[in-house]
Write a protein that binds this ligand. Structure first.
Ligand SMILES: C[S@@+](CC[C@H](N)C(=O)[O-])C[C@H]1O[C@@H](n2cnc3c(N)ncnc32)[C@H](O)[C@@H]1O
Length: 215
């Protein structure tokens, strides 16, 4: 079954979009993109086994004229421009590297839909420091995990940011949705448990102070 996370990410696709999915693995984003009438779907992985899996999972469900499967390290083998670029389920440091290496291949109007499963703070810092606008953020929960989508776009200016923007997300921390509060309350509780036995862990003390400030 296709994960809710993938289905929700695919809601950013409009009819006629040219869609690129970097790190596709199972290829399910491609199936959702086809349902949403994308005009072209390029599924990319840097390893052949996942790419073959994507082919197997999608070839009977997507019109072969619309889908292509590409073995590529990030944007390396990409020679078209796309409307929507998905990089989902990788670490924030790797997503940042893929964007940095492929920056010239990202059209000015393209939307990047990003879902970092670790080091999302690293990714936000990269985007801020490299003139990418964080246009939208969304938090979702599936199987007891919280996921945060960042929708980003190239910009011509740098945007000011602070420590809170990096840790919590510049839009999420202002929106303060119930799911956001739930996530950070849980994290604070975990931190306080850790501090009971190790009261001097500086980064956990600092993070806990910031959580209290925001929620
Ligand atoms: C954990 S899976 C995520 C799959 C899917 N995007 C999702 O969110 O469920 C990560 C996939 O990214 C691929 N990958 C890792 N580094 C990559 C790179 N530099 N370029 C393209 N694909 C990459 C891996 O081979 C793997 O199939």
């Amino acid at each position: 079954m296709i994960q809710k996370r993938i289905q929700l990410a695919a809601l950013y696709i409009d009819e006629g979009d040219l869609v690129l999915d970097i790190g596709t693995d199972h290829g399910y984003l491609g199936i959702e993109a086809y349902k949403r009438r994308a005009a072209l779907i390029t599924l990319v992985d840097n390893k052949i086994e996942p790419l073959n899996k994507a082919k197997l999972n999608t070839q009977d469900l997507i019109d072969p004229k619309i889908v292509e499967y590409l073995l590529s390290d990030g944007f390396k083998e990409i020679n078209k421009t796309y409307d929507k670029i998905f990089i989902l389920g990788l670490g924030g440091d790797l997503i940042s590297k893929i964007i940095a290496d492929g920056r010239n291949k990202i059209a000015d109007e393209a939307l990047l839909i990003l879902d970092a499963h670790t080091k999302i703070d690293h990714l936000r810092k990269y985007l801020f420091d490299n003139s990418f606008l964080i246009k939208e953020e969304k938090i979702i929960k599936e199987n007891n995990h919280y996921y945060e989508f960042i929708v980003s776009k190239k910009a011509k200016t740098l945007f000011p940011y602070n420590e809170l923007d990096i840790l919590f997300g510049p839009l999420l921390r202002k929106e303060k949705s119930p799911l956001f509060i739930e996530k950070w309350e849980k994290k604070l509780k975990k931190n306080l448990e850790i501090l009971k036995n190790n009261p001097d862990v500086k980064n956990i003390i600092r993070e806990s102070e910031l959580i209290k400030e925001v929620i």
